[in-house]
Design a protein around this ligand. Structure first.
Ligand code: FES
Length: 102
């Protein structure tokens, strides 16, 4: 079984029914996911970082949301620029980006 160093859970802005009506979706969560996947590829981290999309966490006003485990760090109000920095600092260097945490 694969044992990644980090597992990132990104809110895809979907309701539990699968409808894409959540706030994170309307605030660009798909762009955030796309940028994170790009950043992981660019940094050759695909063997160390797993990414999963989730449904709504119920804190939509802070979305888009990402949670990084095993650290248990919650990030909010994300955009493509912020997630790229999180990939560099947190996922590659192991240093959470505190200014974007909730
Ligand atoms: S839609 Fe992302 S937290 Fe609710």
């Amino acid at each position: 079984m694969v044992s990644p160093k980090y597992h990132v859970f990104l809110c895809g802005g979907t309701k539990l029914t699968g409808d894409k009506k959540g706030i994170c979706h309307s605030r660009g969560s798909e762009d955030v996911v796309r940028k994170l996947m790009e950043a992981i590829d660019e940094r050759d981290l695909s063997g160390e970082v797993m990414v999963s999309a989730t449904s709504c966490y119920g804190i939509c006003d802070k979305g888009p949301i990402a949670v990084v485990y095993p650290d248990g760090v919650w990030y909010g109000n994300l955009d493509a620029e912020k997630i790229a920095l999180i990939a560099e600092k947190h996922l590659e260097e192991g240093i959470p980006v505190r200014e974007y945490t909730l």
